[in-house]
Design a protein around this ligand. Structure first.
Ligand code: CUA
Length: 336
């Protein structure tokens, strides 16, 4: 039993509640890729079954003819052998050609899907978070968010990919394949969700210490809901009125936070590209690109000791007196 434990543990590593699997397609790109996968599995499964069948049959024959003399290949069996080898080679060539053809057709379908995207989002990889920029019809309609993108369902969305530092790779298994994000090299990835849902994506190219916490969430929602999200994200942060929240805003604006982060207010617009934009921080699910859930408790821990949650993160530990710290937390909590 003891010897079996490592084996059981190894088998259990495949059990995960993480829904980011290629075989749960949420859109046409992933669906055709999954279709190709199942085709390979079906054809190879049939071949595997046939090989095992022939093996079992020959073992059975050997068992009943226990007194069988060693086989002397005569003229007849030599001819039969040649025939069977010929059939096997022919079948192999046929199956391989079929697979190449099926891959080609799938590739063509994927290229066709990518034509005429209806929406573009600029996604920039940073160590270790994703910046997402939505452009609008007017410059004032543009806004930046981080680590979580919203898309409308049944819409081809082109992710225009950039890197700010090293090579990253976007992987959204339920929606599309992987695309490397190389500094100085333009790349894009078209995704389309055909049902509402929340899909996990991740960086798939080792990019440094916190590569494992460089997640990208895609929230696909009906058009009306997406439009409402867009309108809300374009708005500046609420102007605080409560005394503690006003103080928190001052702590943010006059302290080290504002050196990297931006919170758009009616009189201070602009984007931050050094660190995630916090204008609507509380509308996001996680902090630190998936390092922790976005709750007041984790947020408090994150500000006091970001390295305790995400070792190596570029955010420094910030010393603050407790009143300022509470005020800052209160202010961040209003950024819905
Ligand atoms: Cu970015 Cu791995």
């Amino acid at each position: 039993m003891k010897r079996l434990i490592p084996l059981i543990l190894l088998a259990l590593t495949a059990c995960s509640r993480n829904p980011s699997v290629v075989l749960d397609p949420g859109g046409p790109h992933a669906r055709v890729t999954a279709g190709l996968f199942w085709l390979f599995i079906a054809v190879n499964g049939v071949i595997w079954g046939m090989v095992l069948g022939v093996l079992g049959w020959s073992l059975f024959l050997n068992r009943v003819r226990e007194t069988m003399a060693p086989i002397e290949p005569g003229a007849l069996s030599e001819r039969r052998l040649r025939l069977w080898v010929g059939i096997a080679i022919g079948a192999t060539v046929l199956v391989l050609s079929f697979f190449v053809g099926a891959s080609f057709v799938t590739d063509k379908q994927l290229i066709d899907f990518d034509r005429d995207p209806q929406l573009a989002i600029e996604v920039t990889g940073h160590q270790w978070w994703w910046e997402a920029r939505y452009a609008g019809p007017l410059p004032s309609d543009s806004f930046v968010t981080a680590n979580e993108i919203h898309v409308p369902v049944h819409t081809k969305v082109k992710l225009v990919l950039r890197s700010n530092d090293v090579i990253h790779s976007v992987w959204l298994p339920n929606l599309a394949g992987k695309r490397d994000v190389i500094p100085g090299h333009a790349a894009d990835l078209v995704i389309e969700a055909d049902r509402p849902g929340v899909w996990q994506g991740r960086c798939a190219e080792f990019c440094g210490l916190e590569h494992a916490y460089m997640n990208l969430v895609v929230v696909a929602e009906p058009r009306a809901q997406f439009d409402a999200w867009l309108v809300h994200q374009r708005e500046p942060a609420v102007t605080p009125s409560a005394a503690e929240v006003v103080r928190g805003q001052q702590v943010f604006a006059s302290g080290p936070c504002a050196m990297c982060h931006t919170i758009r207010t009616p009189d201070a617009t602009g984007y931050s590209t050094n660190a995630p934009d916090l204008t609507h921080l509380m509308s996001r699910q996680t902090i630190g690109a998936g390092a922790a859930p976005n709750t007041t408790g984790y947020l408090a821990g994150w500000i006091i000791d970001p390295h305790g949650i995400k070792p190596g993160v570029h955010m420094p530990t910030i010393q603050q007196n407790s009143a300022d710290y509470q005020a800052l937390l209160a202010y961040l909590g209003t950024l819905k």
